[in-house]
Ligand binder design. Structure first.
Ligand SMILES: Nc1ncnc2c1ncn2[C@@H]1O[C@H](COP(=O)(O)OP(=O)(O)OP(=O)(O)O)[C@@H](O)[C@H]1O
Ligand SMILES: [Mg+2]
Ligand SMILES: [Zn+2]
Length: 320
């Protein structure tokens, strides 16, 4: 068989044709170009399931967008994507490709772009039966092939644990920072230690720890009842010398809002849970400020002129 030197034969074999390598290199370039336009990448993770990662991701993304930032929300929980349901976005991603061949993400509003495998599937109830390499490829494509444009923040919602998805994010997005979600119970705190050790292992910086479901807000009187011991997240943050981003109480309205696809933070209320989300947002903003590009304002000229060409003169009084 003759050797293909042009790289166009479509062979996936590394030997004899450089096309597979070339495709990877091309994708790497596309990933780097996409990431270059995103200022902050936040991986929302936790060693444990059901602690509120997706709830935190959705409300964080929405809150930052509400402050006027350009935000992307990427759901890398490929087996159990929840994001588009929580945002009440039943649409499918089937828009026309952009001029440079990229897929337009779903648009929640003019500040928030969203991508999830769920919105690409024919049938949302079909299970995703993928192993590591396919998941890795899907996440790489989410970055390389999606028209994210310029973003201040990309929030990435991970599945529980430290498996393929967070590992791929860590390898692909070198400057991603982890936001670790925990609940106050000891068992959850033990899992958080694993997440923190994972971050150390892959050299991922940690934005901080947030303690979700910390105390219960009575729907009748808005008073807080500490049904579990609270404060474990803060203690853990101290132990590992990472920022503590606050406590978010259990509020039944958070569940209803998630189920109804109307995120709680968008309800405009002033309950303790909303206040807690807002102070959490402010802490994330403080930890990951968006550097504003310095605008160079022309210095006032030492010698002004009306432009008459006769040299310095007072523009207000010159009658030349
Ligand atoms: N502060 C809160 N108050 C009340 N309910 C909450 C709160 N945070 C999350 N929940 C509810 O807990 C459930 C689990 O939350 P969520 O899906 O965000 O967790 P998760 O960590 O993303 O789960 P998974 O590991 O399955 O991805 C949801 O029904 C959600 O509405
Ligand atoms: Mg989730
Ligand atoms: Zn009460």
């Amino acid at each position: 068989m003759s050797k293909c030197s042009s790289g166009t034969c479509g062979s996936k074999k590394a030997s004899g044709c450089g096309s597979a390598d070339a495709a990877v290199a091309q994708q790497n370039t596309a990933i780097a170009a996409s990431l270059d336009r995103i200022k902050n990448k936040i991986l929302v993770m936790s060693g444990k399931g059901g602690v509120g990662k997706s709830t935190v991701s959705v409300n964080l993304a929405l809150g930052l967008a509400g402050k006027g930032y350009k935000v992307g929300l990427m759901d890398v929980d490929l087996h159990g994507p929840d994001i588009v349901r929580m945002l009440g976005m039943p649409g499918r991603m089937d828009g026309e490709l952009t001029k440079d061949g990229k897929m337009p993400p779903l648009q929640y509003n003019d500040k928030l772009k969203v991508i999830s495998l769920e919105s690409m599937m024919e049938n949302r109830d079909d299970p995703v039966i993928w192993r590591g390499p396919l998941k890795n490829q899907a996440i790489r494509q989410f970055i390389a092939d999606v028209a994210w444009g310029d973003l201040d923040y990309l929030v990435i919602d991970a599945p529980p644990g430290t498996g393929d998805e967070p590992m791929t994010v860590a390898h692909t997005i070198k400057d991603a920072k982890a936001l670790v979600v925990t609940t106050p119970q000891n068992i959850a705190l033990a899992d958080v230690r694993k997440s923190i050790n994972f971050c150390k292992h892959v050299s991922m910086k940690i934005v901080g720890i947030v303690e979700n479901m910390s105390g219960f807000i009575c729907p009748h009187c808005d008073k807080q009842v500490d049904i579990f011991k609270t404060g474990g997240g803060e203690q853990l943050a101290r132990e590992f010398s990472v920022p503590f981003l606050g406590r978010i109480p259990v509020d039944p309205r958070v569940v209803i809002a998630g189920d109804d696809g109307k995120p709680y933070l968008s309800s405009g209320g002033t309950s303790p849970a909303i206040q807690a989300f807002e102070s959490f947002l402010a802490k994330v903003e403080k930890e990951l400020p968006v550097q504003t590009v310095a605008i160079s304002i022309p210095m006032a000229r030492a010698e002004s002129s009306c432009g008459c060409g006769t040299g310095p003169c007072n523009p207000n009084t010159c009658d030349c």
